[in-house]
Structure formats: C-alpha cells, structure tokens
Design a protein around this ligand. Structure first.
Ligand code: FAD
Length: 282
C-alpha cells in the first residue's frame, strides 16, 4: 500500500492550487489520498477558501480523479449533533472512508464533553453509518501516554471499536516503528498498519512538527539538518534521500504500507515515488 496525505489550502489558497497538486499526485497512482481536518472545525466550514473543505476535496479526489480518498475527522470540539450532521453530509456526498481522530486539545478551547477518544467517535459513527474507519497510531507512543505499552493498550480499544486500518505518526528512526509493530501484533492488533513518512525538505517546518508530535531525531538526521539547513536545495535533496532510505528499509522488512506526508509538495512526492516504485511492488 502506498498513500499520500494532503491538507486543504489555507485562507489565501484556492481550489486551483488543490487541482494542481492533485493533477500531479494522482498521476503517481497512490492507493488513496487522505485529507486533513482542522481540529477547530475551520476546514469544515468557513475557515478555508470556497470549495476547499476536507469533505469537498475528498469528493474531488474520488469523482474527478477516480482515486480512493479518506476524510480526516476530529471529535474533540464536536458534539453528537455535530457528528450526526457530518455523517449526513458524508452520506449525501458519497464519502466512504474516515480517519477518525480525537484531535489535539487546545489550551484555548475547552474540549466538548461528548467524545473523549477516537475510539468513542468510531463506535458512535459505526452504529449510525456504513462508513469505513481508519485510526492514527504512534510508533514512539502518543505524547500524552505514560508508555508505549499503555498507548498500545488504548490503540487496541480503537481497533476493537472498528478501525480497520492504521496510519502512523511520522518517525525518523525505523527502529521505533519495528519495536512498535512487534508490540502491536503481540497485543492482538492485526489490521494493516501504514508507516508515516515525512520527507524533511525544510528544517524549520520539521522542527515545528517534531515539537508538536514528539518524534525523536536520530543523530544521522540532526547532522543532516545542521549541515544543510541554510541551503534549501541541498536540504530538499538530502531530505528526499533520507525518506527514500527509510522507505527501502521498511519495504525490505515487509511493512504493510507507506503513508507519505506530502505537505502538498508534488515535486517531493514524485521524486520519492519514482525512486521506490519497484521496491514497493517487489
Ligand atoms: P486517541 O486515540 O483518542 O488518543 C489520544 C490519547 O488518549 C493517547 O495518549 C491514547 O493513548 C489515549 N487514549 C485513547 N483511548 C483511550 C481510552 N479509551 N482510555 C484512556 N486513554 C485513551 N489532527 C488534526 O487536528 N487533524 C488531522 O487531520 C490530523 N491527522 C492526523 C493523521 C495521522 C496519521 C496522525 C498520526 C495524527 C493526526 N492528527 C490530526 C493529530 C491527532 O489529532 C493528535 O495526535 C491527537 O492528539 C490524538 O488523536 P488520536 O485520534 O490518536 O487520539
């Protein structure tokens, strides 16, 4: 399995930019493309340019590009009524696949009381729809968990609730992913688990992401960032090469799939896809 993640355009973006990205990404024939969702709900209404909500982009991917798509959805700021409305919308517009997430708890917005965890969102939606559900997983443990073992126990609840497929948080040391995979399988988690790979093409962006998600940085990676951070082209090429290296090792170890965080950058996605095509097929 080889898939991409994109995000809806920010306030000043446009639907043309979405088409341009999708023209190139769908040419690479991914198994699916997933589209992120703003935890505050901005990407579902009003906070993004006309026609560019998560749901609308998911429909474009399916209808215009005949490519499978997954809509990310968070519940931390939603009531049951909000989710009922979204289920209705999904059914009306033919959305079939959902990456069900809790979302990050913002220090400024008190979470709503109806859903505390992604597993609760999945159970609730499963009872009310025929949608298929994926879930998020964390090779180094979620930042709020006391240990990887505890996080995996909670992950099992998500799978038992109905997640049929998992997509991992980004990581830069494959060793963490293998350890996680072994523990997840030992815990009875038997659904396909895709490894999340984020090519480091911009040192500042990666620092921000890593601070948010808690991924650790191996020495090989920090040396690369330090050496090339002031040379955008060298950083981009080194970041692409690092991601390719990770993917080849993951494929050699027989992982279920690769989920590429494209950051809406088709150039990078194309470079990586072309380099690993035969490896992923073989
Ligand atoms: P949960 O599965 O609810 O887990 C959150 C924490 O609660 C973990 O520590 C877990 O161990 C614990 N927990 C879970 N279930 C239980 C339980 N039953 N009892 C006790 N503890 C429990 N965020 C966005 O806002 N928009 C996106 O589009 C988006 N896409 C993402 C895509 C991927 C592939 C990943 C990995 C993350 C994504 N995120 C996104 C980030 C995600 O919203 C955050 O990581 C969030 O903090 C946790 O969401 P979750 O669904 O994993 O939560």
């Amino acid at each position: 399995m080889f898939s991409f993640e994109i995000f809806p355009p920010k306030k000043n973006g446009s639907i043309e930019a979405v088409y341009k990205t999708l023209d190139e990404l769908t040419d690479l024939k991914p198994d699916f493309i997933s589209v992120t969702y703003n935890a505050g709900g901005a990407s579902s209404a009003g906070g993004c340019p006309e026609g560019c909500s998560t749901r609308e982009i998911v429909c474009i991917i399916k209808e215009k590009y005949h490519t499978e798509s997954i809509a990310h959805l968070t519940c931390v700021n939603s009531t049951r009524e909000d989710i009922d409305r979204i289920i209705g919308e999904f059914e009306r517009y033919g959305v079939e696949n959902v990456l069900a997430l809790r979302g990050d708890i913002s220090p400024d917005i008190p979470p709503k009381e109806d859903f505390h965890h992604a597993s609760e969102l999945i159970s609730y939606m499963k009872r009310r729809s025929g949608l298929s559900f994926s879930g998020a997983c964390y090779p180094e443990g979620h930042t709020e968990s006391n240990s990887l073992d505890e996080d995996i126990e909670n992950l099992k609840k998500k799978v038992d609730a109905g997640a049929e497929h998992l997509m991992s948080q980004l990581f830069f040391d494959n060793g963490h992913f293998y350890e996680f995979l072994e523990k997840a399988r030992a815990a009875g988690i038997n659904v396909p688990i895709e490894a999340g790979i984020m090519p480091c093409v911009n040192a500042n962006q990666i620092q921000r992401m890593v601070t948010m998600c808690g991924a650790s940085l191996p020495t090989k990676f920090t040396k690369m960032m330090a050496r090339f951070e002031n040379s955008p082209e060298a950083m981009r090429d080194a970041g692409i090469a690092y991601a390719i290296d990770q993917i080849i090792d993951l494929a050699a170890n027989g992982v279920d799939g690769i989920h590429l965080y494209t950051m809406n950058n088709p150039y990078v996605a194309k470079k990586i896809s072309k380099s690993v095509e035969s490896v992923l097929l073989g």
